[in-house]
Design a protein around this ligand. Structure first.
Ligand code: NAD
Length: 338
């Protein structure tokens, strides 16, 4: 099947090129992000492959459907950027990669927490300058600390397990589904208010939905422990960045580690080192010594990209053959999904 693949980088091509022939697909790689202006590039392509910061709102989906597209294949787990109701109305099938490597993201989350709290990037740049002073590099033992894990799906469960069993943290979790294996490992499920009030570290692993948008905002920060460390490797809009800046300025928040940012679509995945960044909130975040930001790279491992490419191509092959892929995503009203 002919596939228009948006937002492609050389590393995407390398992995997709390996998987595509196995399923008889012919991908056409397009560098631009998918949006209202670029949707016309997909004209005549029965399948479109999109990534996390592509726009798949009703307008874009209408343009894709008018151009003959039948299948929208997300090479990602999250689908908050897709208007699923519009897709259903237009007869577009949406498929995704629900679990390419939860380990990639979980391991990165713990790495981000350690790098942030133990000031590893700061230490690295000092040592390169022959500055071996330790002032300003003081961290905490994770052992014995209380970590709140919001969302114990594939990724959150691995993070919770690693911190409980590996580091000896007390782990509080919040999710509407409780995982027996985590409870057996000592993880305690609590309501979100208790989690926020009792945690030294809060790490977010729930999807972005209208209910979870700005789950960490001014009110949550107010309720949190002084010195709380916030980690977000899930979706940027789970955090109200302006409220976080206020919490950092007042000293209420101890440190923040982010792999995602609400307005990341204008920034991430591009080399903007010669540009003047217009996002003042993002720029302000970068000025804090106790903030560590990476550009949505938690998924970026050899294993994850191999799995993403393989599952994406298999999803399209299933749908092209007239079979419903197990990785179809449908709107809440059509079938419940967390
Ligand atoms: P998942 O669907 O397996 O787990 C999400 C969990 O969140 C589910 O158990 C669900 O019940 C729970 N949940 C839903 N609403 C909740 C709420 N209001 N409060 C608490 N929990 C709630 O998803 P996953 O594979 O573990 O991925 C988690 C998130 O990580 C995804 O939403 C995705 O956006 C993000 N992600 C980021 C990267 C990255 O590179 N940074 C890569 C992959 C996924």
């Amino acid at each position: 099947m002919r596939i228009a693949v948006f937002s492609t980088k050389p590393y995407d091509r390398a992995f997709l090129d390996r998987a595509a022939p196995v399923h008889g697909h012919a991908p056409t790689y397009l560098e631009p992000r998918l949006d209202r202006d670029t949707a016309r590039l997909a004209e005549g392509f029965p399948a479109v492959c999109a990534f996390v910061n592509d726009t798949l709102d009703a307008e874009v989906l209408t343009r894709l459907a008018a151009g003959g597209t039948k299948i929208v294949a997300l090479r990602a787990a999250g689908y908050n950027n897709v208007d699923l109701e519009a897709a259903a109305r237009l007869g577009l099938v949406v498929v995704r990669v629900p679990a390419y490597s939860p380990h990639a993201v979980a391991e990165f989350t713990v790495g981000l927490l350690l790098a942030l709290d133990r000031r590893i990037p700061r230490a690295w740049s000092r040592v390169r300058d022959n500055n071996f002073a330790l002032d300003g590099l003081l961290g905490h033992d994770l052992h014995g600390k209380t970590v709140g894990v919001v969302g114990t799906g594939r990724i959150g469960a691995l993070v919770a397990k690693c911190l409980a069993l590996g580091f000896g943290c007390r782990v509080l979790a919040h999710d509407r589904y409780e995982v027996a294996e985590l409870k057996a490992a000592g993880v305690e499920y609590v309501d979100v208010e208790t989690l926020i009030a009792a945690s030294d570290v809060i790490t977010l692993h729930c999807p972005l939905t209208p209910r979870t948008r700005h789950i960490i905002g001014a009110a949550a920060i107010e309720r949190a422990k002084p010195g709380v460390i916030l980690i977000n490797t899930s979706r940027g809009a789970l955090i109200d960045a302006e409220a976080v800046i206020a919490g950092l300025k007042s000293g209420k928040i101890g440190a923040v580690g982010l792999d995602v940012y609400e307005q990341e679509a204008d920034l991430f995945f591009e080399d903007l080192s010669n540009e003047i960044i217009q996002d003042d909130v993002f720029q302000r975040l970068l000025t804090f010594p106790n903030v560590l930001i990476t550009g949505h790279q938690a998924f970026f491992t050899e294993e994850a990209l191999t799995a993403i490419a393989e599952t994406t191509m298999a999803n399209i092959a299933e749908e092209a053959a007239g079979r419903a892929s197990p990785n179809r995503v449908v709107a809440e009203g059509v079938r419940g999904k967390g």
